[in-house]
Write a protein that binds this ligand. Structure first.
Ligand code: FE2
Length: 496
């Protein structure tokens, strides 16, 4: 039985393929189309899935309910969107003809998280911009069962608040929220936090009843809010946005812990990508699991698991390396030789990561020591000076170099920030507030782990700088042709 899970027709489309209960492939559409955050499927992705993984699916499971979504869009003043939301017709456009089942948007998020967590029981929290109507939900996971116990709906949405402020800071909403998060460390939150709470997002007194509420509908942004803002204010605005987000997030976690007591938390939805705020989970839970692709793209997997909870996976069996497979051509010794002499190289091998982070299979790697490294990598990445780069470190040594927050003994998918204990030695991977978005690599025998071990044996340094391998404005490298294009464009050696 071949089952396809699909999340598309919105933003950041993705497709997952299951053979019976086994996941065999998952990829963002953008990696095949070359269009960053491509919201639609593309023929190259569909053909790759068909050709490599057994042909046309026996069934498709779609990540949300298009009928309810159409109703919400009508209520939100977006008009009658039915022709666009007709999924059967949409899939036919890509030659996909199979019976279709639908899942509700937050159920797909919750299932993607809980059924890959390995927990036998957990409190599951989903926070995003909007699905059909729901914007925030709490679920109780027990064995194979997942039950929704609390929801907040449109227009009250923490994700919409963050995206609206992203746009207000002259960035691209639904795409550049992570840039706003990076800017926050440079601003003074005090300047706008009060006014934001007075005019945009309310924190009601009874936070167990409703932890936050929007004072106005931010679905279409708030570019008219505070028209006297100037460009110099945006860092302060970013800082206040992050501050207000964390205040609401803390109340959400407190509410969730009360309504669904458990030592285990599963956090999902696009807001789970806010790695600066995620340390807060440790205040209420002993362990946190965030599936490596917690946004809508990950719901391509979640939709399938929501319909088939008996297919749940355990973290030891679950891997984010599910995409296009480039194979391997070079040895780790060759790569370490090159890194020791040249300090920077690309690495594109094996299956691509399914998720927004490069975790070692489509990465630009650099020696994190030395004052000029950040400038050299920035020259290649051509991104804003204020944005930090992330370290990847041997997991057993993480506590020697970083103060991991409570509840986060590991961070295998770059989901939390931690204060660096040796900032002067590793300036290239430290943000202005002294933190780093850490990736820890366990002793799993993977090629990337062995590369990091070889680098440590040669240099005594247990970490590398790790950032995504992509040409500016384009998605991460997917295949050999992309890899060669990257080499040509930046004159940087890419090892396969
Ligand atoms: Fe979502």
């Amino acid at each position: 039985m071949i089952t396809w899970g699909i999340s598309a027709n919105s933003h950041d489309a993705a497709l997952a393929v299951f053979h019976d209960e086994h996941i065999v492939f998952a990829s963002h559409s953008e990696r095949f189309s070359g269009k960053k955050n491509d919201g639609n499927l593309c023929n190259d992705l569909v053909n790759y899935a068909k050709t490599k993984f057994g042909g046309m699916p026996d069934q498709v499971i779609w990540y949300e309910n298009p009928y309810l979504k159409t109703l919400r869009q009508l209520r939100a003043g977006q008009g009658w969107m039915w022709p666009k939301n007709n999924i059967k017709q949409y899939l036919r456009g890509y030659g996909i003809i199979a019976p279709i089942k639908y899942t509700q948007h937050h159920h797909s998020h919750a299932a993607a998280g809980y059924y890959t967590s390995g927990f036998d029981h957990a409190c599951v929290v989903v926070i995003d911009a909007i699905g059909e109507f729901t914007t925030y939900s709490i679920w109780r996971g027990q064995g194979d069962k997942l039950k929704c116990i609390y929801t907040i709906g449109y227009p009250h949405s923490l994700g919409l608040f963050y995206s609206a402020m992203t746009q207000r800071c002259y960035l691209k909403p639904n795409e550049e929220e992570y840039i706003l998060m990076g800017m926050a460390a440079y601003g003074d939150a005090n300047k706008f936090t009060g006014v934001m709470l007075d005019e945009l997002l309310e924190l009601p007194n009874d936070d167990l009843q409703q932890p936050f509420r929007l004072r106005r509908d931010l679905h279409r942004g708030c570019m008219d809010w505070r028209p006297d803002l100037n460009l110099k204010d945006v860092f302060d605005l970013a800082a206040a946005t992050q501050e207000v987000y964390e205040m609401a997030f803390d109340r959400i976690l407190r509410q969730a812990a009360k309504l669904c007591p458990s030592k285990n938390l599963v956090l999902m939805g696009g807001c789970a990508l806010n790695c600066s705020a995620n340390y807060l989970t440790g205040r209420y839970f002993d362990q946190t699991w965030i599936m490596p692709n917690p946004g809508d793209a990950g719901s391509a997997i979640g939709a399938v698991l929501a319909h088939n909870p008996q297919w749940r996976m355990y973290p030891k069996d679950f891997t984010p390396f599910l995409g296009y497979d480039m194979g391997m051509a070079h040895s780790n010794d060759q790569i370490v030789d090159y890194l020791v002499s040249d300090q920077i190289c690309g690495l594109a091998r094996g299956p691509a990561e399914f998720g927004p982070r490069a975790l070692g299979n489509r990465s630009l790697l650099a020696d994190p020591r030395g004052l000029d490294i950040k400038d050299r990598v920035n020259k290649i990445k051509q991104r804003q000076e204020f944005r930090p780069f992330a370290p990847v470190i041997l997991e057993e040594l993480v506590n020697d170099y970083f103060a991991m927050p409570h509840g986060w003994t590991t961070s295998r998918y770059m989901q939390v920030t931690a204060r660096c204990l040796k900032p002067t030695e590793f300036s290239a991977i430290i943000h202005t507030d002294g933190t780093s978005r850490v990736q820890t690599v366990p002793k799993d025998g993977s090629a990337f782990r062995l590369l990091l071990e070889a680098w440590y044996a040669r240099t005594g340094c247990p970490m590398l700088l790790n950032t995504s391998l992509n040409i500016k404005g384009r998605p991460m490298v997917n295949n050999h042709s992309d890899s060669r294009n990257f080499e040509r464009q930046y004159n940087i050696r890419v090892f396969n």
